[in-house]
Unconditional design. Structure first.
Length: 277
């Protein structure tokens, strides 16, 4: 499972192993389940109706922990990303692994994934085009803010020290996820623009992306401060601090250096900063 994580993620491949057992394994699996939905949404070789049907079958499979509805799916070898090809080929084993997750967390994963899939389905109908900042923010909530909510629910379930702060954390949780999504959009902006893969209307500028990411990062910093204040489990702090540090560095690069990508030195510096904490 962690091999798939290495093949399909950027920052999460580094930060998830920082988490304590058993939520390390549960969150790694949840990430991959969400990533399957994301791959279906993005796979342009299928038409909208096919992708919508596959999303429905995927969420049903997660809900019931059965695989009959997903075994008939077509070959995904046309996907240019080899990691996503491997992920889709391993979808049945992911559902098998889900059976070993305790029921409360299994139901939690399904509940939040169902919310994400509903949002994806809504935007599939719109051809994944965002006409204004409001629509972009709504999309980011469905595909990333919901993930922030799920992670926070798992953190507070695992670490009783965070229970008194649960309401505060859940208020900020969507922004934590959205900040990572927006920074990823910023990091990919140049490449997507060159490949003519941008889904923004003229009403959304690159500066709008920067402003939205900056606002979300402020909430993510507040979220991290609460974890420190309540002395959360060190692995939970490290996971969030690493993700925040890497996103913050990418955002600073975009603002001041005029480029968007991170290199290995950026990842190394983020890792070192977490070790120092």
């Amino acid at each position: 499972m962690f091999d798939l994580l290495q093949q399909t993620s950027r920052s999460f491949a580094v930060s998830i192993p920082m988490l304590p057992h058993p939520i390390r394994e549960e969150i790694a699996l949840a990430y991959l389940l969400f990533r399957v939905a994301d791959t279906i949404e993005d796979e342009g070789s299928f038409d909208v109706e096919e992708r919508s049907q596959m999303l429905t079958e995927w969420i049903d499979s997660v809900r019931t922990c059965t695989t009959e509805g997903i075994e008939h799916w077509s070959d995904f070898s046309s996907i240019p990303h080899s990691g996503y090809v491997a992920l889709m080929a391993d979808r049945v084993s992911l559902i098998q692994r889900l059976k070993s997750v305790p029921l409360p967390h299994r139901e939690l994963i399904h509940r939040y994934l169902a919310k994400t899939v509903a949002g994806m389905d809504q935007f599939l109908v719109k051809n994944n085009a965002w006409h204004d900042v409001g629509e972009l923010r709504e999309y980011c909530y469905y595909v990333a803010g919901v993930v922030g909510e799920m992670l926070t629910a798992m953190f507070t379930s695992y670490d009783q020290r965070l229970v008194p702060a649960e309401d505060e954390l859940m208020r900020l949780a969507p922004s934590v996820g959205e900040s990572l999504q927006l920074v990823n959009m910023i990091r990919d902006y140049q490449t997507d623009n060159e490949r003519k893969r941008l889904y923004f209307s003229e009403a959304i500028s690159f500066d709008d992306l920067l402003a939205m990411a900056t606002e979300s990062m402020e909430s993510a910093r507040e979220f991290l401060d609460i974890l420190f204040r309540y002395e959360a489990q060190p692995g939970i702090v490290a996971f969030n601090a690493f993700n925040f540090s890497l996103a913050e560095r990418a955002l600073q690069n975009a603002k001041s250096l005029g480029h968007y990508k991170l290199d290995r030195a950026d990842v190394r510096m983020a890792t070192q900063s977490i070790r120092a904490v």
